[in-house]
Design a protein around this ligand. Structure first.
Ligand code: GLU
Length: 451
């Protein structure tokens, strides 16, 4: 039994790194959680004896498979497909599928690990999983995307099911891809069930699922600001990314009276000092979702906006920052720039967008800082609501789903405050989310024995 928290973390991480070499993102995600949990685990003989964190960091199952497909020139292309089934202690594996050139086992294990905690925080019965492929959707035709989705699902279908594992979207997987994946799943299994979430409204999808992650980020932001008697009204907000999460975070923040001044993609960011209002956002949505264009084009359409190639938006002065693009997109220098420019609140729409150094800077300066596993949980929570509607074979109204989403984000915030409030009153949302998410999964694992 190790009773010293620091020594516990170092010994635990040394073992984890030795067992999982060459997986830096997975190490980073686990270390962040291990540091928060260390005081609890170091004081708990039962958690140590039952090897709860050791088991939580070993996926229950990983499937890796060949995804061959024919491109529009009739040539064979080969990608690598994955599904990481991390933890099923509190429900079927649940988590998105990512199609991006950078996808590898380290990234999917970090995402599946984070998902386990996030899903636990939603209060719904969902375990943790994540999948994807190193497929680069950029520049691919609709036909090629469909061929790829069908080939990927041909293998994945045997590993998933409505009570086993329920995938959804993530980077590179939106409504179009879920449609192709669901079509192939249904054809192979000859069943119409809620095995994927993020489906279209007319064929089993939940109202508000597309909006849920971004809206949830803003609802969580409102809860955080309210702890300091403040709100989003009148705030200047910097958002990174221009995909699903960024778009609906921009929409809701604007509806709540904030001015969103940036959006970005992997090539650069646009700064619109006048604010990206509803009409401009409609243009962005068409540009990104229909024409699959680049954010650079925003500055051609709206001349008061400037485009900054190769840069991230964190040097722009703002009150609230919402990183909604990807992992490790906000480093220590970016964090310092935000602090120096007067930012008071950082809310993560993406998964692990802030580096450990950036998080330390936010916390040292006592910013309101919320990790993705709490702040962006509205997406998967609404997936949970979609599963629920599918099981009941009925559909709720958008108002009903929105009210539930709002309630869940409020509950997650309460959980973070309960477990993350420090002696000086500062709320460490990262610690609160890690401890709150862990408790339920750990208790379930303890109850279910050595499995
Ligand atoms: N990919 C999203 C996430 O990171 C959603 C997962 C889901 O809806 O299952 O939480």
């Amino acid at each position: 039994m190790e009773t010293n928290p620091d020594r516990y973390v170092e010994a635990f991480m040394a073992q984890l790194i030795a067992r999982n070499p060459g997986e830096p993102e997975f190490h980073q995600a686990v270390r962040e959680v291990a540091e928060s949990l260390a005081p609890h685990i170091a004081a708990s003989p039962v958690l140590q004896k039952m090897k709860i964190l050791e088991r939580m960091t070993e996926p229950e199952r990983v499937v890796i498979f060949r995804v061959p497909w024919l491109n529009d020139r009739g040539e064979i292309e080969i990608n690598r497909g994955y599904r990481v089934q991390m933890n099923s202690a509190i429900g079927p594996y649940k988590g998105g599928i990512r199609f991006h050139a950078s996808v590898n086992l380290s990234i999917l294990k970090f995402l599946a690990f984070e998902q386990t905690f996030k899903n636990s925080l939603t209060t719904l019965p969902m375990g943790g999983g994540k999948g994807g492929a190193d497929f680069n959707p950029k520049g691919k035709s609709d036909n090629e995307v469909m061929k790829f989705c069908q080939s990927y699902m041909t293998e994945l279908a045997r590993h998933i099911g409505r009570d086993t594992d329920v995938p959804a979207g993530d980077i590179g997987v939106g409504g179009r891809e879920i449609g192709y994946l669901f079509g192939q799943y249904k054809r192979l299994r000859d069943e119409f069930t809620g095995t994927l979430t993020g489906k279209g409204r007319d064929w089993g999808g939940s109202p508000l699922r597309p909006e849920a992650t971004g809206y949830g980020v803003c609802y969580f932001t409102e809860e955080m600001l309210a702890t300091r008697g403040d709100s989003l009204a009148g705030k200047t907000v910097c958002i990174s990314g221009s995909g699903n999460v960024a778009q609906y975070a921009c929409e809701k923040a604007t509806q709540l009276g904030a001015k969103v001044v940036t959006l970005s993609d992997s090539s650069g960011y646009v700064h619109d000092p006048e604010g990206i209002d509803a009409a401009k956002l409609e243009y962005v949505m068409e540009l990104k979702n229909v024409f699959r264009g680049r954010i650079k084009e925003y500055a051609d359409r709206y001349p008061q906006a400037t485009y900054h190639p190769g840069e991230r938006p964190w040097g722009v002065a703002c009150d609230v920052a919402m990183p909604c693009a990807t992992q490790n997109e906000l480093d220590g220098n970016n964090a310092q720039a935000l602090v120096d420019n007067g930012c008071i609140c950082v809310v993560e729409g993406a998964n692990m967008p802030s580096t450990p150094e950036a998080i330390r800077i936010f916390q040292r300066h006592r910013l309101l800082y919320a990790p993705g596993k709490a702040a962006n949980a509205g997406g998967v929570a609404t997936s949970g609501l979609e599963m629920c509607q599918n099981s009941m074979r009925l559909s709720w109204t958008p108002e009903e789903v929105d009210a539930r989403l709002h309630g869940i984000m409020r509950d997650i915030h309460t959980m973070c405050v309960r477990y993350g409030t420090q002696a000086d009153g500062y709320v460490n949302y990262a610690a609160g989310a890690n401890i709150g998410g862990f408790m339920k999964v750990a208790n379930a694992m303890l109850a279910q024995g050595c499995v």
